[in-house]
Design a protein around this ligand. Sequence first.
Ligand code: PMP
Length: 361
Amino acid sequence: MNRVYNFSAGPSMLPVPVLEKAAGEMLDYEGSGQSVMEMSHRSPVYGGIIKGAEMLLREVMEIPDDYTVLFLQGGASSQFAMVPMNLMTKSGKADYILSGQFSTKAYKEATKYGDCKVAASSKDDNFSKIPGLDKNEFRSDADYFHICLNNTIYGTAYRELPNTGDVPLVADISSCILSRPIDVSKFGLLYAGAQKNVAPAGLTIVIVRNDLIGEPMEKTPEMFTYKTLAENESMANTPPCYSIYICKLVLEWIKNEVGGLPAMEKRNVDKAAVLYDFLDKSTLFTGGADKGSRSIMNVTFVTGSDELDAKFVKEAAQKGFVNLKGHRSVGGMRASIYNAMPREGVEKLVAFMDQFEKENG
Ligand code: PMP
């Protein structure tokens, strides 16, 4: 078997021990005589899986008891609407930081539902960094303040959280969830699509402080209402059963094999440093993100020539380093090095980049 090193931004690599465990349990999950894909979501055996996944997520992320965990469908993109529909219900105001394409989409969606303000933006810098923040731009009566913690397309991430006082901080953590410890108590709500660090696509995780789960805006669909979803413990309809099961296996891997999120962070920081250190010395490749905003999950770089970029992506794929093409909106290259990418994959990529530089630099 020849597995590639997959640098895709998502869906992306899953840990091999997780895939092996899932394969072993494929036909007969723990003596139930069926695959997790086939079982009723209301069955006791599946109840154990979803409850187990939630308990492990709470343990691994150290989620305080006054927060509800929801396992939903619809992708992170659905949260762009669900957050305002459920939270923009008091003053009808929300502040947004634009640090990339997804936070801009979140902002645009929210403008349909209320008075949204751009509190800061790095658009003029082509989103190559997290924008500087001016507290005078924050509204103290906003219902929430929205950020995207890791910007998948541009390879930037927050080093420090904005201090929003009593205004609940809401964050899209799609591309950094489970990559390092996060102090959940600093947030009113966190959301993430699972297809990078957690599970196959189809699962969206929402972690919301209980006091923020109230009556939503009028005409909010029932399936978009946090209150309904929370009251039904993510079973208001059929949840993404198999993705939740893989999520449980991934959490077991992080807890038992990696040693929890502090150990995961160390792995990820060291792994990203292999690539950034090479980029800083390279005479051919240049990193895309400002040094002070670099992400440990997505690393963007260019050669300065579109032809050479294309040649690099093609030759890399022939060597088994796949999906290195940058997002269609920015070009260049991007190596997404999520939790499941082994350090060895990054070391081998760097060796290939070094050779490419010698041949083409
Ligand atoms: N936010 C971020 C930071 C993302 O990276 C993505 C997907 N790449 C999205 C939102 C959209 O997620 P989904 O496809 O699950 O709707």
